[in-house]
Design a protein around this ligand. Sequence first.
Ligand SMILES: N[C@@H](CCC(=O)N[C@@H](CS)C(=O)NCC(=O)O)C(=O)O
Length: 86
Amino acid sequence: MKKKPEAMLELYQFEECPYCKRVREKMTDLGMSYIIHNVPRAREKRVKLEKISGQKFVPVLVDANTKTMIADDDDKAIEYLEKTYG
Ligand SMILES: N[C@@H](CCC(=O)N[C@@H](CS)C(=O)NCC(=O)O)C(=O)O
């Protein structure tokens, strides 16, 4: 990892979600530590996620260092991680 984030990035996700897995793997490949927020499996219960991101799909990646939030787009999250921390 070239640039080290000051604050750990946060990932809203659930373990079996294949899109979330891709984002987790990217952060692991980059040697990053990160915070996981596991969302409820039932979409209607994802109240906190909706408050934070305005929608209920995962993954949602939050980077406080750059004030960035990427919701419901694993390709975009991976591209962001590579560009910012790769
Ligand atoms: N286009 C999204 C797809 C994300 C997606 O479909 N996530 C699923 C979980 S794998 C989701 O949150 N579905 C709503 C639900 O669980 O009800 C991406 O590229 O990340």
